[in-house]
Each structure stands twice: as C-alpha cells, then as structure tokens.
Design a protein around this ligand. Structure first.
Ligand code: T1G
Length: 705
C-alpha cells in the first residue's frame, strides 16, 4: 500500500485507513490507494466486508483544493476525477462501510455516499461545502445526496454548504449507525453484521426523489432564497440546478449535468476568488520572522478597560470563547450602561434562537463589572478600549503598566492611533500590541493585530493564536495612521464624497458599490458608523492636514448640523423609526449650497466612473501599504477588506479584484483620475512597476518573504 493509504485485516474485515495529514484530503495517490485496498479486499476470500476510515483527526475533508488552481491555470489537465473510485466502492460485491469522525466534507462525503453504509461518531460532521469555494459537488454529491436525505435537505446542503452534525444526519438516513464508543471497533462490528447480506446501491435508491411536480416548490423557494441571500453568486444556482437534474434524469445523465455545471463554476472568477480567500484566511497567520513554534503566552483571564460599544463587544467576544473577563469603567453609570447593552445583545440572540438562555447566563457570568483595577494583576491580557484620544490612552497604559504581571499582554483597541506612542507610556513596549476589533466586535470576524516597533514575537504569536480562539481572523499589520483597513477606507470614503460634490446622486454612489457586491455603500456606511466619529478624528488630526490638498466638504457640514447618521435619525439619509433610509431634501439643499460655495458645476457621472474611483482608491492605497511593508502580503489586505469592510468574498478582495481586471487597466484609469483630480490620484510606484512588468499583486507576494 502507499504511505497515504494503509491496509489491514481484522478478522474477516479489511480495514483501509487514509493517512494524508492534516485533513486526509483526496490528494493524488489517495484515491488510487483506496482503489488498491478495495481490489485486495475483494480478491481475498477471507474478507467478507470492508471498513474505510481516516487516520488522524478526520475522515476526508474533500478533494485537494490546491489541485484546482493547477487545473484552472492549465498547469494540469482535469483527470477522471473521483468517479472510478466511487463506482468501484458502490459496485464492490463486499459491502464497504465508511467510518466517519471529524469531517466528511465535499469529496469525503461523496466517497462515503458511494459506500454501502456509513457509520459515525456523534461529534463528526458531514457536508458539501463546495459552494463556499464557488464550485459545487463534483463527484455526484448532488445526485447521491437527494437519494439519501431527500430533495429538500439535499438542496439546502448543496446550496448553502453548511455541515450537518451526525445525529441530525442519522435522523435523515445519511448515517446508518451512530457509534458511541471506539469508531473502528464499532465499524468492524457493523461490517461483520452487514457481511453476506444484500444491500441496495445508493445510485439505485430513487424512493426519496419524488416527482418533478412534487419538487417544484422546493426548487422555486431555493432559487428565491439564492436571490435574496446569495446575491450575485453563481455556484448556489448551479448547485440547485444539479440537484434538480437528479430528480429529472437517470443517474448517469444527472452526473453528466453535474459535471457540466461543476466545470462552469470551477473556471469562474468567483471560484478562483473564493479559493484565494480560503487559503488566504490561513496564510495570514504565517508571519515571516515569527515561526509557528514561537511560544505564546496562555490567555486564561482577560480584562477590558472601557465598557462602551467596543469594550462591551470585546468583553462579549472573550466570554463567548469561555474566557473570564473583567470589564472596567470609570463611573457606575457608564458601567451599568455597558452591562445593560451586553445583556440586551445576549437576550436578542436568545430571542432569535441563536443559543439558549442557559448559554446566555453562562456567558454573562464570565463578565465581571469593575470600577477599579482590582484583579487586573492576574489578567493574562488587558485590552484598552477607551475614548479615541492619545492622552487618555497613554494615561491608561501608564496605570496598567504598574499593575499588570510581567507576562500580561497589553493591547489597545485603537482604530487609528500610534501603537509606538501608546507603548512609550509603559516600561514594557515589547508587551504592547494593537488589537483593533471592528464594530460590532462580537460579530465582525476581523481582528487587525498592530505590531509596534518593539512588540515581541511571543506577543505576536499569542495574538495570532488568540484570534483563532476568539473565532476571529487575525491579520498582522504595521503601525501607521489607520493601519491597513482604515487607512484605505479614508481615500475610499473621500472619493465617495467628492463624487457627490461633483454631481453624483448619493443613492447612485451607494448603489454602485452595492451592485458590485459590497454589503453597503460608502455613504450609508458613514451613517451606520456615525459621521461624528470621523469628524472627531479629523479635528484631532487637523494640524496634520496638508494645505492646498482637496478635502471632502460635506460630512463636516452634516456632522456640524448634528446629523450623525442612524444614531441621530439623519445623516446622508433620513431614517424612519425602523432605520429605513430615504432621500432628505435638507441634504440636497446642502449639497447644492456647498457646490456653489466651492464653485463646482455638477456633471453627470457614470456608474463605471463611480465604481472605478471607489475601488481603485482602495487599490492604489493598498499598493502603497504593501510598498511600506505595513501589510505583509496582498492577500492580507484582501482578508482585511472581506472580513472588516463587507467586501464581497466572491471578488477575492480589492487586490485580487485588481488582478482580475488587469493592473495595466487599473493603472490607466488611475492615471486618468490623476490628470483630472490631481495629486490625490498619484499612482503608487508598486502598481506602476507591476503593470509595466505585466505582473499581478498575488505574484508579487511580500516584501518580507
Ligand atoms: N484541500 C487542501 N488543503 C486543505 C483542505 C482541502 N480540502 N482542507 C484543509 N486544508 C488545509 C488547510 O489549508 C490548512 O493548511 C490545513 O489543511 C488545516 O486546515 C470533488 C470538488 C476540514 C473543517 O471545502 O473546511 O471536495 O494552513 O486550518 O480549522 O466534490 O480545513 O496548515 O497549510 O482549516 O481544523 C471540499 C475545506 C473541497 C473543506 C478543518 N472541502 N476545509 O478545519 O483546519 S472541494 C472543503 C475545511 C471537493 C468534491 C469537491 C477545514 C476543516 P495549512 P484548517 P481546521
């Protein structure tokens, strides 16, 4: 047997074990190894049944996703796929039992569904998550799954890609037996019972397929759900069509239809983008100079300073991860308000059925309100989340410097201020780092981890590990104003305002980005976050503004009128009691007045110009950030924007998107904007070089590699 697949005998039962760590992907050699083992088992008269099981932590996590890039780049021809293996398993005269622990995902579940039976431990999960990679099951998953669980459940599983826990899968008939004890023992015992008994091949089980008419409503509501919740995505619709083919066509024809749909998806830009994101979310944790064996400090007790929107959300994030957390405020009133918001947030989740009252109580019990620093000396991490002013932050860091134990990580949640300056208020700058959460902190997945000049490797390693513990995507960024996300967000929101000043409708600016796939347009985002936030920061940095450089005019005026956005019922838009936005004549009049004062003659602005100016302002600033080493890799910027700013994952992030457009085209547009709008559009040298060399950001990689 190959080292990837082992073969052993257990009293009349052949046991085929896959050993392809870390997740037993069906990499080249694995399907072949299983086939060899099956051939041996069927050739051995002493063998009466076969168990197929995964070594290590899982059954099979799916096809090897790394292979897809080789196929779509033309480096590798698409082979016969898994079908020969699946038919061999299904046609084996001796019953094959798939024994599942960990995950049976994608091709892993398709292999299991080709077996005569499936047994699993209760903690395992099964699913067809391909749609999250912009593809669909490519080995008859859309054809066998409805035959085992019925059409409605099969559509849901293939369209959304969410896994099923084994008890639910067993209730549906996808798992034949739940093994409470040792999986291998249980599977071998099950195999002995099944040996010699007749069994029906899954592809021949048509009882759960019903008729096209009976299924019509299922497919109609699935397509409606795709329209509403999967806006702009190709793969979910392809998955629905593939499952529908299973209900209309003989199995072999259904498989052919699935193959056609799979290939369309595999070669789509959306799939390349989503696979880029899949690996990107893992690549960001690999830090040059901070090897994976760097020791991390254990984080068992946390303490947060500031119980406002951010502090409260951060406290919930720790409590949700089961980490006890002290939450300190300066006054009883502010503390009570902060705790009330946390209780309300948890209660809302219970009301929506997200989790039980008991879970809410457990999490709430982990948050201890405090009016002083008592207990902070035992904290493994202290997170400062006070008002965004440097003086106050330095005062707080000086205080905790005298209290915290030596190995306590001192983190600031600042969104723009210098970590180095904050660290200078302590005697331990090597323990100081930025943990920039995104509001609402208990929801948004992104955690910008800001390294200061003195930040120690262990503190960085601790922060990357902590991000995973907290269920966040941690991205290491350098220390500059706005770090990565907000630094790019500045030009993006600046251009949005310039476009309105120059003649674009507010709704047209927001709709251009919504149509591109952003969760919200840039002006609506301002109203959501609060126009006062930027207004206050601009006032803090007024002294740094360069005279003569064009600045946006409207948001200072709106904030000055007390129009902070949703929180005050009006900003760019007017909001009704349900926060539904509508055009506001007061704003229209203000825009006309500001244009007149500035001597701007409004002009028609195309959706293409709106989209290009907004997206390429991100790309140009992102290129500068890469040049300065503030972001290690282009994909870091992509992951920041997808997880912190609602950039559509199926576009891969701003830098990946620019690569798909072609950097020569992006540069040409930026040069046009530079000619028309001046210095703010000076092309980043890195972009000019890559365009000249015909390269992409992704090929460029990191300065630090
Ligand atoms: N292929 C290649 N590498 C994979 C992989 C896969 N399917 N799954 C994980 N890895 C790598 C991952 O990049 C990381 O690498 C390491 O394994 C640990 O992963 C034909 C076409 C299984 C829930 O979509 O959801 O089958 O960073 O950090 O948190 O119809 O991995 O260590 O170098 O995520 O414990 C369908 C994807 C494929 C499942 C485990 N399957 N994987 O999570 O570990 S398409 C999937 C996951 C397919 C068929 C179709 C998770 C996990 P590195 P990890 P984890």
């Amino acid at each position: 047997m190959s080292e990837l697949v082992q073969y052993a005998l257990a009293g009349g039962v052949a046991v085929i074990t896959i050993q392809n760590p870390p997740v037993n992907a069906l990499s080249p050699g694995v399907p072949e190894g299983i086939l060899d083992g099956l051939g041996k088992a069927n050739a051995d008269d002493t063998v009466r049944a076969v168990v197929l099981i995964g070594g290590g932590r899982s059954f099979i996590a799916g096809a090897d996703i790394k292979e897809f890039g080789k196929i779509t780049s033309g480096e590798k021809k698409r082979g016969v796929g898994l079908h020969p293996l699946l038919y061999a398993l299904e046609d084996s005269p001796k019953p094959v039992i798939a024994a599942i622990h960990g995950q049976a995902f994608g091709g892993g579940l398709e292999v299991a569904m080709s077996c005569a039976y499936r047994v699993a431990v209760p903690t395992a999960q099964v699913g067809q998550p391909e749609v999250k990679l912009g593809i669909i099951p490519g080995a008859a998953g859309t054809q066998r799954l409805p035959r085992l669980v019925g059409v409605a459940k099969a559509v849901e599983m293939c369209q959304f890609g969410n896994p099923l826990k084994v008890p639910a899968a067993a209730a549906l008939g996808l798992i034949d037996r739940v093994i409470e004890g040792d999986l291998l023992e249980g599977a071998v015992a099950f195999a002995r019972e099944a040996a010699g008994k007749p069994f029906v091949k899954v592809r021949e089980r048509n009882g759960k397929l019903r008729t096209p008419d009976a299924n019509a409503a299922i497919f109609a509501s699935a397509r409606e759900a795709a329209r509403k919740r999967q806006r702009g995505l190709l793969a979910p619709l392809a998955a629905i069509n593939a499952v529908e083919a299973a209900t209309r066509l003989p199995f072999e024809d259904g498989v052919k239809e699935e193959q056609r749909l799979f290939e369309d998806c595999l070669f789509s830009t959306q799939s390349k983008a989503l696979i880029h994101v899949f690996f990107g979310e893992r690549a960001v944790a690999k830090i040059p100079g901070v090897p994976s064996e760097t020791p991390a400090y254990p984080i068992r007790r946390a303490a947060i300073i500031g119980a406002g929107t951010m502090g409260g959300g951060i406290a919930m994030t720790y409590a949700n991860a089961g980490i006890p957390v002290l939450l300190k405020e300066a006054t009883r009133q502010a503390l009570d308000r902060g705790m009330d918001v946390i209780r309300k947030n948890y209660a809302a989740s219970v009301a929506k059925g997200r989790f039980s009252q008991e879970v809410m109580d457990q999490r709430l019990a982990l948050v201890t309100p405090a009016l002083n620093y008592e207990g902070f000396e035992e904290a493994d991490i202290i997170v400062e989340a006070v008002f965004e002013g440097m003086a106050l932050k330095k005062q707080v860091f000086a205080e905790i410097d005298s209290i915290a134990k030596p190995e306590c990580v001192l983190a600031s949640n600042t969104s723009t201020l210098s970590i180095d300056e904050i660290a200078s208020a302590t005697t331990r700058p090597h323990m100081v780092i930025g943990h920039h959460f995104f509001s609402p902190a208990n929801v948004m997945r992104l955690l910008e981890i800001v390294r200061g000049k003195a930040t120690g490797k262990e503190v960085i390693a601790t922060s990357m590990a902590l991000a995973r513990t907290l269920g966040k995507v941690g991205v290491l960024v350098g220390n500059c104003r706005g770090f990565v996300g907000n630094r790019m967000f500045g030009p993006y929101r600046r251009e949005a305002q310039f476009l309105v000043e120059e003649g674009a409708d507010i709704e047209a600016v927001d709709r251009a980005m919504y149509d591109f796939g952003m969760a919200m347009g840039p002006l609506a985002v301002g109203d959501l976050a609060g126009l006062d936030v930027g207004w206050r920061i601009r006032k803090e940095f007024r002294h740094l503004e360069i005279p003569g450089v064009r600045k946006p005019l409207l948001e200072d005026r709106l904030a000055g009128m007390g129009r902070f956005g949703q929180k005050t019922g009006s900003g760019w838009y007017h909001y009704d009691e349900n926060r539904r936005p509508s055009k506001d004549l007061i704003v229209e009049e203000l825009i006309a007045r500001v244009r007149e004062e500035a001597g701007i003659t409004p002009r028609h602005i195309s959706q293409e110009e709106i989209t290009d100016r907004l997206l390429y302002s991100l790309v140009n600033e992102g290129a500068r950030i890469l040049e300065e080493g503030i972001a290690l890799w282009p994909v870091d910027i992509d992951i920041v924007y997808i997880n912190g700013y609602g950039f559509p994952a199926h576009r891969g992030g701003p830098m990946f998107h620019a690569d798909t457009v072609g950097l020569d085209k992006v540069l040409a547009r930026i040069r046009e904007f530079h000619d028309r709008h001046g210095a703010l559009w000076t092309p980043a040298p890195l972009l000019e070089r890559l365009a000249r060399e015909g390269k992409t950001f992704t090929q460029e990689g990191s300065k630090h590699a």
